[in-house]
Each structure stands twice: as structure tokens, then as C-alpha cells.
Ligand binder design. Structure first.
Ligand code: ZN
Length: 461
């Protein structure tokens, strides 16, 4: 008897027409749900643009909605919910707190952790999406799986351990926090046939195994590696290094977002991107132009900023959420024969500035400016006079100084900032020091770039 192809044959072999029908049905319910249950976050955003969920009559209408969530908006929503409700789970929390049964955190953008919330039903979706992912990566019930993601942080921690157990596999929750020696000791003692972790962990095991266990990683008996959390598995040289280092093990790449909404690469010789494995739970492959935020036609090879919407999530559902990744969509059938759409993650949308050959990430600039708080407020704008990515040096940046600084202190701050930016990020900046609270606070998305060549009217409204 031949083995089934997928974890959930019925759901994973459906045609795109069937999938889209289900998506549209669930989308309408989810829009109404977040509108009703999120009076401080989603509903005001609908109101601001004068749209009610019932005005959305098609998928095309839905695609014209602005981005409604991203990391920076999450941060604001967390501060607000702390103020209003005494918890940091964000004003986008749509379910009653008593129904939230799982919380994990990520490191967040500002040093304080960001929390993500799950109800029991959300966790069941997590389990199902991961089970489909594991199955496609060759992990089966009864397999011993070494878990090497960070356990205390991130969606790939406890939720993945739980999902492995739920599908009937045996997770060995070594966790990245335990360090490489412990991880390898666990591997020696439990003889896992699969490893889940970051690509850099896989590479580190190859490097350290001979020293710690006295034999190479190829003798660990690991036949499957499922990696996530960083690019790597899609790069031919990394791929080759890892598969060879583990004695010909198979390597699969996965991206689940923050909500465990599965995607996994396949076994094709050449990397084909990641298959969307749970399209009835979410839309992963909606694309907008990174500058105009207008919808990009969803055709084979299309490139744009990825916008994710989950349908069934109750606790803190992502709806038109941008992770800030640039995706490439593939709608044509894959050489592996699995149906459905795929995508590749091409990089960060932020990776937009190129100052005379030096790549400048606005997020990195902001981090440096933030690190001078309270002498800065952390608020800044990079001013560009022509469409990015190419920017003529020196890079112009407006920086808000902190309250109570004297003129000479502001001047010292300017000099220090210029030198820190030069040392750390290798570009020369001219800084305009502006008063605290003088830069407009954006409610829709964290604005880091001011485009003087565009009209000042915001496109977001
Ligand atoms: Zn494939």
C-alpha cells in the first residue's frame, strides 16, 4: 500500500477554485469578526477609510484595503492596551482574555518583547498547519525529532513542540537556550531522525559535532532537517553545505509567520520556494507595491510586499498584516507535482536604500538613533529626494532630540550620532536635529522615510 502524499489529503489536494471559494467565505466572516471584536484597533481603521466589512464584495475589493497591521503598529497597540486594559497583548486582541490559553513572545523591535496570543482553537490550527509541514518534510508519527529552536521565544518554540506531539511524533525539546553541548548530548542519547531549528543551528552542529561527540554530524542519523527563522535553505551553497554535512539528509525550508500558518519547500532538486500548505486558514500570498501599497496582480512570478490575512484566528488575528518581506509568487505547477501556490522570500522591504553602493536598512538607522535615548526620542525620518533605492550621499536624516537638552548638548549629540552611523553602518549622514514631538506620529505604519519628491498627501488614507 502506498503512503498518503499529504497529512490532510482532502484539504491539501483541492483546486485553486475550491480554495478561493472557501477563502472568500471565511474572509467575510473574519472581517465582520475583527470589526466587531476590535473596537480600538481594526474597527477605527475601517472607519477611517469609510469602509464597512459589508462594503467588501469581492476579493478584489479586499485587496484595495490598506495594510492594517505590522510590527510597529503592534508596538503601539501593545502600549495602548497596557494603558487601557492593563495587559500588553495589543488592542487587536479580539477574544476575551480568559479564552487566551497560550502566549509566546518575540524579541520585538524596541527591546521589550512582543506578545502573541492564542486561543485553544488557534492552537489547533497551529497544530494542523505544522503537521502538514512536517509530513511534507518527511516527518512521520513515531519519529524522534530534535527540537532546536528557542523554546521561550517565538512561534517555533513551544507551539512546534506541541504540534510535533499532536501529530504523533516524539519531540525532544532540547531548545536553543540549552547550548550546543546539551543539544548534541540529547542527540547522542535519543537518536533523532529529524531536526527542526534555524539554518545557522544546522551549520553550527556540523562544525561542533566532531569536537563534542567525537564523530561528524553525518553519523547522527538525522535524515530530515526542517529549518525556519532565517533565509539559508533557499541558497544553493548553504543547502549543499547542510545536506552534505548531515550525510545526505534532506533539507526543507519553512516560514510560518507569527501564527504557525504553514509553508514549506519541497523535495525538488532546485529550490522552488515554499508551498502554501494551509490556504484555507490564511492568505499568505497577497502582494502590494512596497511604495504605493497598491495591489500587485497575482500572476506567476509577481513580486511585492507580502500581506498576510488569517481567517480563523480568534485571539490576535493578523488581518492585512505586513511582515515587511518582499515575496515572489509562483502560481504555475511545481516540478514536485504538489498543487497550489508557492512563494519565495526575496528580502526585506526595508532593504531599499543604496547609498553609493552601501546598503542602508532604515531599521538599522532607527536602532542606532534609538540607542541614544533619552537623548533622542527615537523618532526619525530619512529624507530622500528621489525614488529609492539609490540615494545620493550624504544621507539626510531628521532626528528628534530628547526633552530638556541644551543647545550645546544637541550639537554634541549630532556629532556622536554622525560618527556612530559612520562607524556602524558605513555611510555619511547630515542630521537635522528637530524638537521632540515635531515629527508626525503615523498611526497606520511606522514611517521612516520622508519622500520629498512626492506630494505630502498620505497614500494611506
Ligand atoms: Zn514543489
Amino acid at each position: 500500500m502506498s503512503e498518503q502524499l499529504f497529512w490532510n489529503d482532502e484539504m491539501e489536494t483541492r483546486s485553486m477554485e475550491e480554495i478561493q471559494e472557501t477563502q472568500w467565505h471565511k474572509l467575510q466572516m473574519q472581517m465582520q469578526y475583527i470589526y466587531d471584536e476590535s473596537p480600538d484597533f481594526y474597527r477605527p481603521q475601517f472607519k477611517r477609510i469609510g469602509v464597512h466589512p459589508q462594503d467588501i464584495h469581492s476579493f478584489e475589493d479586499f485587496r484595495t484595503l490598506p495594510i492594517m497591521r505590522n510590527k510597529e503598529m503592534d508596538r503601539e497597540a501593545q502600549l495602548k492596551s497596557m494603558e487601557r486594559y492593563g495587559h500588553s497583548y495589543g488592542t487587536y486582541l479580539c477574544a476575551p482574555l480568559k479564552d487566551v490559553t497560550h502566549i509566546y513572545c518575540t524579541s520585538g523591535t524596541s527591546g521589550e518583547p512582543s506578545f502573541y496570543t492564542f486561543t485553544e482553537s488557534d492552537l489547533k490550527i497551529n497544530d494542523e498547519c505544522w503537521a502538514r509541514t512536517f509530513w511534507r518534510a518527511g516527518i512521520r508519527p513515531g519519529d524522534t525529532v530534535l527540537h532546536g529552536f528557542g523554546l521561550s521565544m517565538w512561534s517555533a518554540g513551544i507551539p512546534v513542540v506541541r504540534a510535533l506531539a499532536a501529530m504523533g511524533a516524539r519531540p525532544i525539546a532540547a531548545g536553543a537556550e540549552g547550548g550546543i553541548e546539551r543539544m548534541l548530548m540529547f542527540a547522542r542519547l535519543t537518536k533523532p531522525t529529524a531536526l527542526v531549528g534555524t539554518p545557522s543551528l544546522a551549520e553550527y552542529i556540523i562544525e561542533k559535532c566532531p569536537e563534542i561527540l567525537g564523530y561528524p554530524a553525518s553519523e547522527l542519523g538525522i535524515k530530515t532537517l526542517l529549518v525556519a527563522g532565517a533565509p539559508g535553505a533557499g541558497l544553493p551553497e548553504v543547502r549543499q553545505r547542510i545536506t552534505e554535512g548531515f550525510g545526505g539528509a534532506k533539507l526543507f525550508d519553512s516560514a510560518q509567520g507569527a501564527w504557525g500558518l504553514g509553508n514549506v519547500s519541497c523535495d525538488s532538486e532546485e529550490y522552488q520556494g515554499m508551498h502554501v500548505v494551509s490556504p484555507e486558514h490564511c492568505i499568505w500570498t497577497d502582494l502590494v507595491d512596497p511604495n504605493s501599497k497598491e495591489p500587485v496582480p497575482l500572476e506567476n512570478g509577481a513580486v511585492g510586499e507580502g500581506v498576510i490575512t488569517a481567517f480563523d484566528h480568534q485571539a490576535g488575528p493578523p488581518f492585512r498584516y505586513s511582515f515587511g518581506d518582499t515575496l515572489q509568487l509562483f502560481t504555475e505547477p511545481c516540478s514536485c507535482g504538489a498543487p497550489g501556490w508557492r512563494f519565495k522570500i526575496l528580502g526585506r522591504v526595508d532593504d531599499l536604500l543604496n547609498v553609493k553602493g552601501i546598503k542602508v536598512y532604515p531599521a538599522a538607522v532607527r536602532n542606532i538613533i534609538n540607542s541614544f535615548a533619552p537623548r533622542t526620542t527615537g523618532e526619525m525620518r530619512i529624507v530622500v529626494d528621489a525614488p529609492p533605492p539609490a540615494v545620493k550621499p550624504p544621507l539626510k536624516i531628521k532626528v528628534e532630540y530628547g526633552a530638556g537638552l541644551s543647545e550645546s548638548e544637541i550639537e554634541n549629540l549630532r556629532t556622536e550620532l554622525i560618527s556612530r552611523l559612520k562607524n556602524r553602518l558605513r555611510f555619511t549622514a547630515v542630521l537635522e536635529m528637530v524638537a521632540p514631538d515635531s515629527l508626525e506620529r503615523s498611526t497606520l505604519k511606522g514611517k521612516r522615510i520622508e519622500k520629498t519628491y512626492e506630494s505630502t498627501v498620505s497614500k494611506e488614507g
